[in-house]
Design a protein around this ligand. Structure first.
Ligand code: SF4
Ligand code: SF4
Length: 384
């Protein structure tokens, strides 16, 4: 394992984090007799993380019984071996946040949270409210003064404007954000975090980054002989991110990520060429219809999430990533500000977006085709 300083916190963090959202089970729907097996799986998964040198666990109050299971593992494996991050929803009031922190401590059976993230600063409104007199930040700072929390960060599914505004408040030591090879929209936020020496955790690189733990044949071919997951992880490490969360649900699910540690987690010349070939394949396949995901066409008056829809189109048309496309497309309109915007059938062909597109794309036609390709049953987010 390799380790990097987590911004200015003084913490040396493993470049992989164990994301504890998938070791959970629904206690009300699980027979009590089956709990011990599930708890044993959670402990075994965290033990495997520890064996690999992973020293950071990322959980949240909202991840079902994740905190309780992390607590079980802490008692078995040793609290002192881990840096623990948990989250309290950013839109809670002062009182609610204080209670959330107390409950996190109780569930995990610990007396201090290393990093408390205000969870879901996805909009300017949430940021503003969290900073207010009755907001979540004041409760987090008070918990910090009492020694219950060491560092305060925030998580966000937003684009760079909201994330940069959050960092510029000066209150936060760490961010947990979405940034992947397949969606580089947050490059400016990454650069800002590096400039401000703020710790950077990347969420869901394998899943929302493209279901890269089960790549399509055409993606495998484009990246051959390398693993798309390892290539894209290495690309992230080279961009200066501190750590990438691996949401393993059992001890075996770490293995696919491990090739990214080779060569000091940096891309070899051959691997850089393989990533270049990924881009070239898109250009070759999509020609003048390739969306550059520049966001210059936004906002759409009907709230259509044009860049996200065309990003999915790029991946589906080039690499047959239909399963991924369906998973993401049908989450639109069902995930609030965690994945905002409307589907393409809300387009009224008002004509506003096309003149703004530097690539001259025929946006209404392209998004309408993508709608026909990907429309399926509505999806919903797993966790808050
Ligand atoms: S043409 Fe459609 S997608 Fe473009 S701005 Fe108008 S409503 Fe939005
Ligand atoms: S402006 Fe054009 S290239 Fe940029 S995101 Fe919108 S559709 Fe894509």
């Amino acid at each position: 394992m390799l380790y990097r300083p987590y911004g200015k916190t003084g913490i040396e963090m493993s470049i992989f984090t164990f994301g504890a959202m998938r070791i959970t089970f629904n206690e009300s729907k699980t027979l009590r007799a089956d709990w011990s097996d599930k708890e044993a799986n959670a402990v075994a998964t965290i033990k495997r993380a520890l064996e690999l040198g992973i020293n950071h666990i990322d959980t949240a109050r909202g991840y079902d019984n994740s905190e309780r299971l992390v607590g079980v593992a802490m008692r078995e494996l040793g609290r002192e071996k881990f840096i623990l991050t948990t989250k309290a929803m950013a839109d809670l009031s002062y009182d609610e946040t204080s209670k959330s922190i107390e409950e996190s401590l109780r569930q995990m059976g610990i007396d201090r949270i290393d990093i408390l993230d205000l969870h879901g600063i996805n909009t300017f409104d949430t940021l503003k409210n969290s900073l207010g007199k009755n907001g979540s930040l004041r409760a987090a700072i008070e918990a910090q003064k009492k020694g219950l929390v060491s560092h305060i960060g925030f998580s966000s599914h937003a684009g760079p404007d909201v994330i940069i505004a959050g960092m510029e408040t000066g209150y936060f030591s760490a961010i947990s954000i979405l940034y992947w090879w397949t969606n580089q929209r947050n490059s400016a936020a990454i650069q800002k975090a590096r400039d401000m020496d703020i710790g950077i955790l990347i969420l869901s690189a394998a899943e929302k980054g493209g279901l890269l733990f089960k790549p399509t044949d055409s993606l495998l071919k484009a990246c051959a002989p390398f693993s798309p997951l390892a290539l894209t992880h290495k690309w992230l490490f080279e961009r200066g991110v501190t750590t990438i969360a691996i949401g393993a649900s059992n001890p075996g699910e770490f293995d696919a990520h491990l090739p990214a540690l080779q060569n000091n987690a940096t891309l070899t010349t051959e691997e850089s060429l393989a990533l270049e070939s990924w881009t070239n394949k898109e250009i070759e396949k999509l020609g003048k219809d390739r969306c550059a995901i520049c966001y210059k066409c936004m906002p759409c008056p009907e709230g259509v999430n044009i860049p996200e829809i065309l990003r999915l189109r790029n991946l589906c048309q080039t690499f047959d990533m239909i399963e991924f496309g369906i998973m993401r497309y049908n989450l639109l309109e069902h995930a609030d500000d965690w994945f905002p915007g409307n589907k393409a059938d809300k387009c009224t062909r008002c004509g506003k977006c096309e003149p703004l597109c530097p690539s001259g794309l025929g946006i209404p036609d392209l998004i309408s085709q993508t709608h026909s390709l990907l429309l399926s049953q509505p999806k919903s987010r797993l966790w808050k």
